[in-house]
Ligand binder design. Structure first.
Ligand code: AMP
Length: 170
């Protein structure tokens, strides 16, 4: 099955000039969804780690299923103002302005090994901010997994030194 057939491209969403990769057709198809999760799990199943951290929102559609499948705990990395307990935050540059991500201060302990998951790698800023949060708690990022990588945006170069895996390269 060609998983790329289940990624729908929406021009000019959420703003002009962005070609949005919509993963909802993939989520909707039980076999495609399963294959995507299996490929991510297979790649990281050989590595030892403690937690999967997923980035809000679409990292929440993949990360918790992988955590269940691989018998790991799940850590949510969220947009500002959503987490109730003591937290740390990291900001990163967007084309216009900045974005912030937050994580609970007690989500992991120094030395814990964490696998980071999101739906898509573009410039890498989002993933780098999530890495900063995890490493800010002195935990170790043992890998970063995506469903889709937009290769031309070279986000992987920002994440040098990490084990980056993407199911689809577009
Ligand atoms: P970046 O920080 O540039 O790597 O952007 C990655 C984050 O933005 C991910 O959380 C994606 O969900 C989202 N994103 C960026 N570009 C796209 C796109 N073309 N289609 C869908 N999501 C995108």
């Amino acid at each position: 099955m060609k998983l790329e057939d289940f990624i729908r491209e929406i021009p000019d969403f959420p703003k002009e000039g962005i070609l949005f990769k919509d993963i909802t057709p993939l989520l909707q198809d039980s076999l495609a969804f399963k294959q995507a999760i299996d490929e991510l799990c297979d790649y990281f199943s050989q590595v030892e780690f403690d937690y999967i951290a997923g980035i809000e929102a679409r990292g929440f559609l993949l990360g918790p299923i992988m955590a269940y499948e691989l018998d790991k705990g799940f850590i949510p990395i969220r947009k500002p103002g959503k987490l109730p307990a003591a937290k740390i935050s990291a900001s990163y540059e967007l084309e216009y302005g900045t974005n912030t991500l937050e994580m609970h201060r007690d989500a992991c302990q120094p030395g814990d090994k964490v696998l980071l998951i999101d739906d898509l790698l573009a410039t890498g800023g989002t993933a780098q901010a999530a890495v900063d949060l995890i490493e800010g708690l002195e935990a170790e990022v043992i890998g970063i997994g995506f469903l889709i990588e937009l290769v031309d945006l070279k986000g992987r170069e920002d994440l040098k030194g990490y084990d980056v895996y993407s199911v689809l390269q577009e």
